[in-house]
Design a protein around this ligand. Structure first.
Ligand code: LLP
Length: 467
């Protein structure tokens, strides 16, 4: 169904350009829809990082993840600088690389002074290969394998111990002469308003020690010479817009610090996790990175002062708010299907395999047409992926200019949990990714080929020529 914008005003894709540039020299990337360098050129084409998006698609193929280096660096700097400004003690921001773990992204985050949070042997290996210092890598996970623990210990990274099974395994593996550097992950029992799949801080969570076990956990750890417990960790969830839950968390964690001291544990690090939300649609209004950091620092400083505790080294591990807005996904529009009086489907050359978030969490995205940035938005269409699955809908009711095959659809805010959760469903090769900066584009992830798809396949002899 074709319709005009309900307000009757004919907006264009340009409305999504970063809005806060004039009013603030330092816009918070998590409050924008397009990357900070996005602009529309004289030919009404979308440019990111000084590169024309349609040319990038010609060069690297479609679909294409386009990562704007300036937006990612700006977010890293904002976190880093805000902690320096508002926290009187030492601080360290870790990039939660589950949002997008690959060599180039780890290298950029590390070059901005960030450490890396990893959750598997694969993420750990990638961070090490990217040249990240093991002293700045923290390994998470609620069921780390023996191999993962050994790799972490050999590499000298900090292990965030999640449960009793893991603690006992660590004690078995450890050499008392070389204590293993660990933190303890605890469940704070804090509820927050976000999708139930991405909530982790409530008591009924698979992650972390139950706070009721605090006494036993601290007692056990304090008696293990092979474990060097340096800190406590908690994470309450993701895509959170309220500041209160993180402030509550900060206060609870300072109580844990106070309690740990009673067991003779010298806890010097406190990690408040990540979770700050980003703007996926016009109506999303998350706090800025600076506002979020300030709120947490204030609570910790006040609570430590009240308890007469020295300020711990303060760690945080944002993922989404560092990288989501820095990336867009460019697709090529193909077929369409008009169902009179019902809807118009416009299909693209990707879908749930490169962005599983809409089908998994009912996530809402916005899109623009890169080659029609100044055209009025006159059509409301459903953007369908190309997978054999009716639920493979990327955007419901996308307001777009009139489109035709070959147009380049750009979905915004796809840097977090898109590539990292991508699959080969229907044996679609995963897209390429390019990083753009100052008019230059470099490939950071090669497009998979059909050969890649069968690389791990094995055809037993007896099945060969059996037909
Ligand atoms: N730290 C821990 C221990 C985490 O579990 C997470 C995210 C983070 C930090 C980073 O949270 P962020 O700053 O990105 O909100 N796949 C879901 C999100 C799952 C988040 C998992 N943990 C999505 O696409 O929304």
């Amino acid at each position: 169904m074709v319709s005009t914008h309900p307000t009757g005003v004919q907006y264009s894709g340009s409305q999504y350009l970063p809005q806060r540039r004039d009013s603030s020299a330092n816009p918070s990337p998590n409050q924008e829809l397009l990357p900070l360098t996005a602009r529309v050129d004289d030919h009404h084409l979308l440019e990111i990082g000084g590169c024309d998006v349609t040319t990038l698609v010609e060069q690297f193929g479609s679909p294409l993840y386009i990562l704007d280096e300036e937006t990612l660096r700006s977010a890293c700097q904002q976190y880093r600088d805000a902690f320096k400004q508002y926290y009187k003690g030492e601080s360290q921001v870790l990039y939660a690389s589950k949002a997008w773990n690959c060599l180039a992204v780890c290298a950029i985050a590390a070059s901005e002074g960030l450490g890396i949070d990893v959750v598997s042997g694969g993420e750990l290996y990638t961070a090490l290969q990217a040249g990240v210092s093991p002293q700045k890598i923290y390994l998470h996970g609620n069921n780390k394998s023996h191999e993962e623990l050994i790799l972490a210990i050999k590499s000298g990274v900090t292990i965030v111990a999640d449960n009793w099974y893991e603690l006992r395994t660590l004690v078995e593996i450890a050499q008392p002469a070389q204590p293993i550097r660990i933190m303890l992950r605890l469940t704070p029992g804090i509820e927050c308003h976000t999708h139930e799949y991405i909530r982790t801080g409530h008591l009924d969570s698979k992650f972390g020690f139950d706070p009721n076990d605090l006494d036993q956990v601290f007692t056990f750890v304090s008696q293990q010479p092979a474990l060097n417990c340096v800190g406590v960790h908690a994470h309450i969830g993701s895509q959170i817009f309220e500041r209160q839950p993180h402030q509550d968390l900060a206060a609870v964690m300072v109580q844990w610090l106070r309690d740990a001291a009673k067991y003779g544990l010298n806890i010097t690090e406190l990690n408040v996790g990540g979770g700050l939300g980003i703007k996926y649609t016009e109506s999303d209004d998350p706090p800025s990175i600076e506002e979020w950091v300030k709120a947490i620092c204030e609570v910790i400083q006040e609570a430590c002062a009240a308890e007469n505790l020295p300020l711990p080294k303060l760690l945080s591990e944002p993922g989404r708010s560092l990288i989501a807005t820095a990336c867009v996904t460019a697709y090529t529009i193909g077929s369409s299907k008009v169902i009179p009086e019902i809807r118009t489907y416009v299909a693209i050359d990707g879908g749930m395999s490169d962005n599983p978030r809409p089908i998994t969490y009912q996530s809402v995205y916005r899109a623009v047409v890169a080659n029609k940035m100044s055209s009025p938005l006159t059509e409301t269409v459903t953007i369908a992926g190309k997978h054999c699955e009716s639920g493979d809908i990327l955007i419901h009711n996308a307001l777009l200019p009139k489109t035709e095959p070959g147009d380049i659809l750009v979905v915004m805010g796809t840097g977090a949990y898109n590539y990292s959760m991508a699959s080969n469903y229907n044996r679609l090769p995963r897209p390429a990714a390019a990083v753009v900066a100052n008019g230059e584009a470099n490939l950071i992830l090669q497009r998979e080929t059909y050969q890649d798809l069968i690389r791990q396949d094995r055809l037993p002899e007896r099945l060969k020529n059996s037909h």
